[in-house]
Design a protein around this ligand. Structure first.
Ligand code: ATP
Length: 310
């Protein structure tokens, strides 16, 4: 093995602007062996730019990007990665089998075609032309091409956008299988349940800066909020005004609350509605953590701007 294998991919204090737009502003990022790292952020946060730098498709204005301790353009490093970007640029007229054979030929020890078909769910598609496939089928072909070289490190940029639920879960199973075999994954996604299902570690970008980074469990624990669901006739607008209640809404006969502390709210609900049933209390998930983290960052930024303007 070559280079520094303790860190598979790394951005160190990277800055990148497109004209006046700062896409990344002093970002540090590390991907370690065996981990699935989810890179999260709203549209325009800088996720694709970070991936573009790690793949050597873009050059940083300052700071450095490395793959396996080498420059991302290095052929030796590139043979150890697999990539599924948001746009594929694959030729429409080739068959799936041809694309798979060609991509396999770039790698020293590729998976068999049968393995690729099984992993990506491509049964019956090998003889079909790529351009004639549905969007979801094309996405699965792109996944097969990303994994066919047995990559040690897989870059998946919004891999399940456009897939139906069954195909999405099939892809999650395949990703877990690859990780169990020793691959590492850098994943971007707008589906927070996807990050929760796959990643152990999360980095949240907001306007080109890392606003939070840490293990998934820690990220969730950041959110003290709880979600309460129950069947109740209480008026949701009244409940929304109670202390500790962040939001209250109704879905048919079901009341759904997000609260800062569950116990006092549950006590009050039970006191006021003797007929209340199907009570559930859950820790709020990554979605709530994400919203809170990016709002905190936005609030801190606007406070700084106001101080500067004063
Ligand atoms: N080629 C470009 N020219 C000019 N500005 C760009 C270019 N590519 C990206 N940007 C800008 O840089 C910022 C970061 O974009 P980037 O595509 O990295 O975000 P992202 O987090 O991947 O977004 P999305 O979730 O929408 O894919 C955005 O403000 C975007 O408009």
């Amino acid at each position: 093995m070559t280079g520094n294998d303790a860190v598979l991919a790394q951005l160190s204090d990277v800055r990148k602007r497109y004209g006046q737009v700062p896409a990344l502003d002093g970002v540090d990022l590390e991907l370690r062996p065996g981990e699935v790292l989810a890179l999260l952020g709203a549209n325009g946060a800088g996720k694709s730019t970070a991936i573009g730098l790690l793949l050597g498709l873009l050059a940083a204005d300052s700071g450095s990007a490395t793959l396996f301790g080498q420059p991302p353009q290095s052929l030796a490093a590139r043979r150890r990665i697999g990539v599924m970007l948001q746009t594929s640029g694959l030729p429409d007229t080739n068959t799936v089998g041809e694309l798979l054979e060609l991509t396999r030929s770039y790698y020293p020890d590729p998976r068999s075609v049968a393995d690729c078909v099984a992993l990506a769910g491509l049964d019956g598609l090998l003889d079909r032309r790529y351009g004639r496939l549905s969007g979801g089928q094309q996405r699965r072909v792109q996944f097969a091409l990303a994994v066919c070289g047995r990559p040690q490190l897989l870059f998946l940029d919004e891999p399940t956008t456009g897939l139906d639920i069954e195909a999405r879960q099939g892809l999650w199973r395949a990703i877990r299988e690859l990780v169990a075999q020793g691959s590492s994954v850098l994943l971007t996604t707008h589906y927070l349940e996807e990050a929760e299902a796959l990643a152990e570690r999360v980095v949240v970008l907001n306007r080109g800066r890392v606003v939070a980074a840490g293990p998934m469990a820690q990220m969730r624990a950041h959110v003290a909020q709880r979600r309460i669901r129950c069947v109740s006739t209480l008026d949701e607008q009244v409940v929304a005004g109670w202390p500790q209640v962040r939001s209250a809404c109704r879905d048919g006969e079901r009341l759904e609350l997000v609260v800062d502390a569950a116990e006092p709210v549950v006590r009050r609900l039970l006191e006021l509605d003797a007929g209340l049933h199907e009570l559930e209390v859950q820790r709020a998930g990554l979605a709530e953590a994400f919203i809170e983290l990016t709002q905190d960052a936005a609030n801190a930024e606007s406070a700084t701007q106001q101080q500067e303007a004063a």
